[in-house]
Each structure stands twice: as structure tokens, then as C-alpha cells.
Design a protein around this ligand. Structure first.
Ligand code: OGA
Ligand code: MN
Length: 190
């Protein structure tokens, strides 16, 4: 993972969590999303708005009060320390939300952070989809900085973690034929 990130600015890691932790997290995600999911917005603070022509996922932010969410956040905290030690990324904090894309839902090409605003440094996406078939679609397309040449097409397979530098890689979520669940998160700089 460290080598992939250092060499290409993104990484795809499979079998990220132990099976028991994965299964518990999948159940928590289903339960929490079913009870609390809200349409995701675009932008932050007072300029935040809803725009279903850009993104159609429904989200709930992870809170430590849920034990499975806390376990996932612990893992990401260990990852943060390891990335800082080995790649000097200066990552300071982490936030993440569960996301549910219903069949046909998408998130158009976007950047998670804009250069200069020293906020989101490293994006993470962890997939919760058991028995995902490639024909179902729903790929995360990661583009090079030019915004058109494809750096990676990632199938949202269960227990797969994707990391990419937030300011460098435009990316999009393609529509799928089934419901698509993930945890999207961001490490921030100081
Ligand atoms: C995001 C995002 C990618 C995915 O939430 O900003 O790009 O594969 N998610 O779910
Ligand atoms: Mn994104």
C-alpha cells in the first residue's frame, strides 16, 4: 500500500479487514443507513447545496457511539500514523461517512479537495458489497490530473480499500444495477 501510494498517488488494497469485523460493519452500515440516510450535499458550510444532477448518494457520518464504526475509525487511525511515519504526509484528522447508492445512482466527476485549500489530503473508500459481480457496474473511475485519461477503474468489491491523493485525482462513481454501499473518508492536514 505504501509503495503503491508513493509510486502512483493511489492504492487499491483487498482483504483490508478481518472477516468478523467486516461482517459486523456491513450489518451496522445497513442498519444505520436504513434509519438515518440523507441525500448528500455538495460543498461545505453556508454554500452547501443539494444537486442530484451531480451526486445521488445518501449518507450518514460515522460516530464513535456505534461500536463497529469506532472499530473502523480505529483502523484508520493506525493507518494515519503509519502513513505519516513512512510517507511524511502530515495527516492530522479523519472523517468518514457511510454512503448508499441506489440502482442507477451516480456521482459525477469531481475532486475531493481543491489545490491551495489545505484541507482534504488523502481520500479513502472502503466497500461493503458482498458478492458484487463486475457486470453490476458501479466502478470508481479514477482519472489522471488531465481529467480524461483513466488511471484506474475500480470494482467496488467487499473488503477493498482505495486510497488516493484528494487534490490530484478527479474521479467519479458510475451507476450500478444494484445497491452499492461504501464508507468514504478523508484524512485532513493540520
Ligand atoms: C466520494 C466518492 C467514491 C466511491 O464520496 O467523494 O468519490 O467509490 N466516492 O464511493
Ligand atoms: Mn470523491
Amino acid at each position: 500500500m505504501i509503495r503503491q501510494l508513493a509510486d502512483q498517488g493511489f492504492a487499491v488494497i483487498d482483504a483490508f479487514l478481518p472477516a468478523t469485523q467486516l461482517h459486523a460493519l456491513q450489518q451496522s452500515a445497513q442498519r444505520i443507513l436504513a434509519a438515518q440516510a440523507k441525500p448528500a450535499g455538495i460543498g461545505r458550510g453556508p454554500l452547501r447545496e443539494l444537486d442530484s444532477t451531480v451526486r445521488q448518494d445518501h449518507i450518514v457520518w460515522l460516530e464513535v457511539e456505534d461500536q463497529c464504526s469506532a472499530g473502523f475509525l480505529d483502523c484508520m487511525e493506525r493507518l494515519r500514523q503509519q502513513l505519516n511515519q513512512q510517507l511524511y504526509l502530515g495527516l492530522f484528522s479523519y472523517e468518514a461517512h457511510f454512503a448508499c447508492y441506489q440502482p442507477g445512482a451516480f456521482y459525477r466527476k469531481h475532486l475531493d479537495a481543491f489545490k491551495g485549500e489545505r484541507n482534504r489530503r488523502l481520500s479513502t473508500v472502503f466497500y461493503l458489497n458482498a458478492e458484487w459481480q463486475p457486470q453490476a457496474g458501479g466502478e470508481l473511475m479514477i482519472y489522471h490530473a488531465d481529467g480524461t485519461s483513466v488511471a484506474a477503474s475500480v470494482t467496488p468489491l467487499e473488503n477493498r480499500l482505495v486510497l488516493f491523493m484528494s487534490e490530484e485525482f478527479p474521479h467519479e462513481v458510475l451507476p450500478a444495477t444494484r445497491q452499492r454501499l461504501s464508507i468514504a473518508g478523508w484524512f485532513r492536514g493540520a
